[in-house]
Design a protein around this ligand. Structure first.
Ligand code: R5P
Length: 312
């Protein structure tokens, strides 16, 4: 089946060059003065989508409204369907609304589940993301009931980049800044052959959002050690700042941060730079140009998965 990759040059264009025989169609994303979006497919041939496997790969940008991004995505799915696509794969490298995956307080929407339902209603057959926050009790497949869903992990890429850039032969101990991300710390440790992983205990006040963190159950000295703190995402930076301070107080020699999604919502994130952190390594699941960050691309990871599916 003909494969058409749809999106912007920087991400989808790059992805299309990694997929054998794929045709790339660029989207021109126009926003009207009233905020409505108009993602136009730049087509020379109106029949190009007919009977094709269309892969829509859209990267969120840091300064972009997530809600406009979602509408743009949905409009594009409907659009390629109308133009005759036989199969639609949706690639949302940062799975928006993924933290709202349960009703934490009575009456709250399970937004992650509703998002899946919207994408499926629009017509997707396959959904791919990078390190979705939905795991544990609510894995992605619970929400995508009518389509195939997959969350690829970029943790090994991030951890190996930290190891390489650290320029040190010292063992790097891997920690998560809360218990929910413990398995990510383990995955990072495995990827760099580290002997140790663990988690900080974090509690968040549901009303104020204020967090408290403490190091418990660690029976080794962290004095002069190299520590990598691993999480799926950094939003305000509060979780990472708190964790980094704990390790610095424990006498760690170097603290590195590795996370997949740079959501970077507030100025607070910039304070991280003042916390004497040696490296910040993240991915291009969200497009940003914050100075001082090392960004590893997830394009190759996605292309490998698609190519393996196309050839099977
Ligand atoms: C929480 O479950 C997530 O894994 C992150 O730790 C959290 O969302 C980060 O948020 P912030 O940067 O605002 O502390």
């Amino acid at each position: 089946m003909k494969v058409v990759v749809v999106g912007k040059h920087e991400f989808a264009g790059k992805l299309s060059t990694e997929i054998d025989g794929a045709i790339f169609i660029e989207i021109d994303e126009r926003t009207f003065p009233d905020g409505e979006v108009c993602p136009r497919l730049l087509l020379d041939d109106g029949n190009i989508m007919q009977n094709a496997h269309v892969i829509i790969a859209m990267q969120l940008a840091l300064d972009q409204s997530k809600n406009q991004y979602l509408i743009s995505f949905l409009l594009t799915i409907y659009n390629v369907k109308r133009l005759g696509a036989a199969k639609i794969t949706c690639i949302m490298p940062y799975h928006i609304y993924s933290r709202q995956d349960r009703e934490s307080r009575l009456g709250e929407p399970v937004s992650s589940m509703y998002l899946a339902s919207m994408l499926e209603s629009a017509g997707i057959n396959q959904y791919l993301t990078i390190n979705s926050h939905s795991y544990g009790k609510n894995p992605l497949s619970d929400f995508f009931s009518e389509s195939e869903s997959i969350s690829l992990s970029a943790i090994p890429l991030v951890a190996q980049t930290v190891k390489k850039l650290s320029n040190s032969s010292e063992d790097i101990l891997c920690f998560s800044p809360d218990e929910g991300a413990l398995m990510l710390a383990k995955e990072a440790a495995d990827a760099i052959n580290s002997q140790f992983y663990g988690a900080i205990r974090k509690k968040r006040d549901p009303d104020t959002g204020e967090i408290t963190q403490e190091l418990v159950g660690i029976d080794i000295s962290l004095q002069n050690r190299h520590i990598l703190i691993v999480d799926d995402l950094v939003s305000s930076g509060g979780t990472m700042i708190g964790a980094a301070r704990i390790f610095k107080q424990q006498g760690a020699k170097e603290v590195y941060l590795g996370y997949i999604h740079g959501v970077h919502t507030t100025e607070k994130f910039k304070k991280l730079a003042k916390e004497d952190i040696r490296l910040f390594v993240t991915t291009d699941s969200i497009k940003s140009d914050i100075p001082g960050l090392t960004t590893v691309s997830v394009v190759q990871l996605i292309a490998e998965w698609i190519n393996s599916k196309l050839s099977s």
